[in-house]
Design a protein. Structure first.
Length: 435
């Protein structure tokens, strides 16, 4: 039971905190400043209730500053991929710690959180921040404060209020409208890429469109993980034996890595969501890859213009923007002579990212009538539930994808007639090609 004593005109209450000192005696906590005996006694009863129900936060534990909790304790304990760690750290430094860093974890109140949330949303309305970015900031802050309650016992409850059931008229979430995309604009992107980046750019666009890899996976694609080098060079004996039986007659790309910055260093990491997969290539794309692999000595399938890894290049500025938006002619007084590049209106008008090509490939796969298993496996997605458990990508499914993609390519050329195609690059001597 709590013990109340009068100190001057005020009352103080003491209660057992549920812990023991090193000498074996009970550890007590106290609170002063109550105007009457009953109020102090009730306060003590509430604290003892928290102790009995494992909801008690020892006095002083919530005094830790947010800046000493968010990164050194909370983020360090998270099991996340390098890209997520980098993103979380940036948001915490730029927004969470900037707002709350010098506040004690236990002192942050719900009204203060609501005011901060309102200020962030006002910045969205002014165009200073993107709504999805603000949503991520608030999500991270909610997780930080939730762990402060449940895991670290810095607080008794989170200042982030629980979501309440929706009230009022349903408002559909606005999504960016996708316009239908034909083969012609993709071809023009590839032509522009050839002007900017040579034959590597030409193959890069067609590979992005028909293989639907994520950008990081394309940055990290090495020649040894593509036909004809793969699967003979596969280091995993079991996967090599299985792949040799399946992909000897079906050229393919093995998605084994993505290239990312980890702690300031370029690092090969596992694909997003551990989506290791094998992507069969249509004959036209395999022909391009063979010519490209023989034309340079880099271990990367798509080396940057300087021969190094594409991850180290400023891809959007120096590659994608001139490919998508066009570029005026460059004369010999500039870096190098380059003819004018026309804009691809289907992409430049709405400033589409190169990721649009990955979406287009999914649309094409659905148009061609492939199964959900074939489509989602190729995209690197996991199908949830029983459908994913029972589904399996068969050889026939992969053969159908190859045939449909080759037919799409051939039909486009037949319909367009006389399309310009770049010459194959001059192959390097065999002893100079690092395969």
């Amino acid at each position: 039971m709590p013990y109340v004593e009068q100190r001057g005109n005020k009352f103080r209450v003491k209660w057992w905190a549920g812990e023991y000192l090193d000498n074996g005696k009970k550890k007590y906590e106290s609170e002063s400043g109550f105007d009457d005996y009953d109020t102090a006694y009730d306060y003590g009863l509430d604290r003892e209730y928290e102790v009995r129900h494992d909801k008690h936060v020892p006095k002083g534990r919530g005094d830790i500053l947010m800046k000493d909790y968010t990164l050194p304790i909370w983020l360090e304990a998270q099991d996340l991929r390098p890209g997520s760690i980098k993103r979380y750290k940036s948001m915490i430094k730029c927004h969470v710690d900037k707002q709350w860093g010098r506040r004690r974890v236990g002192d942050i109140t719900t009204p203060e959180y609501d005011a901060w949330k309102k200020a962030l949303n006002q910045r969205v309305a002014r165009g200073e921040l993107v709504k999805t970015y603000v949503d991520d900031i608030l999500m991270i802050f909610g997780m930080i404060m939730g762990d402060a309650v449940v895991r670290y016992k810095y607080r008794t409850e989170s200042p982030v209020p629980q979501a309440t059931p929706r009230r009022g008229k349903y408002v559909k979430k606005a999504r960016k409208k996708k316009r239908p995309l034909a083969m012609g604009p993709v071809y023009q992107l590839a032509v522009n890429a050839y002007t900017v980046w040579g034959y590597t750019g030409w193959v890069y666009i067609w590979d992005a469109a028909f293989q639907a890899q994520r950008p990081g996976e394309m940055y990290g694609l090495q020649k040894c993980y593509g036909s004809p080098a793969w699967p003979e060079c596969e280091p995993d004996p079991e996967l090599r034996a299985e792949s040799l039986e399946r992909y000897t007659k079906m050229p393919a790309t093995r998605v084994q890595y993505q290239h990312q910055w980890v702690d300031g260093k370029p690092t090969l990491t596992s694909p997003k969501y551990d989506s290791y997969r094998t992507l069969v290539r249509a004959p036209f794309l395999q022909e391009m890859h063979v010519a490209l692999a023989a034309s340079h000595a880099s271990p990367w399938t798509f080396p940057a213009m300087n021969g190094g890894p594409l991850l180290s290049a400023c891809f959007n500025r120096d590659y994608w923007c001139p490919i998508r938006d066009g570029s005026p002619e460059r004369d010999a007084r500039q870096d190098f002579l380059r003819p004018a590049i026309p804009a691809v209106q289907e992409f430049s008008a709405t400033e589409e990212p190169i990721y649009r090509l990955r979406h287009w490939m999914k649309e094409c796969l659905e148009e061609d009538g492939h199964s959900e298993t074939a489509i989602e496996t190729r995209m690197g997605h996991e199908i949830a539930g029983v459908r994913g458990l029972y589904g399996n990508l068969t050889i026939k499914m992969e053969q159908d994808i190859v045939e449909a993609q080759q037919e799409r390519w051939d039909s486009f050329h037949r319909a367009a007639g006389g399309l310009w195609m770049p010459p194959f690059p001059t192959p390097l001597p065999v002893d100079q090609v690092d395969a």
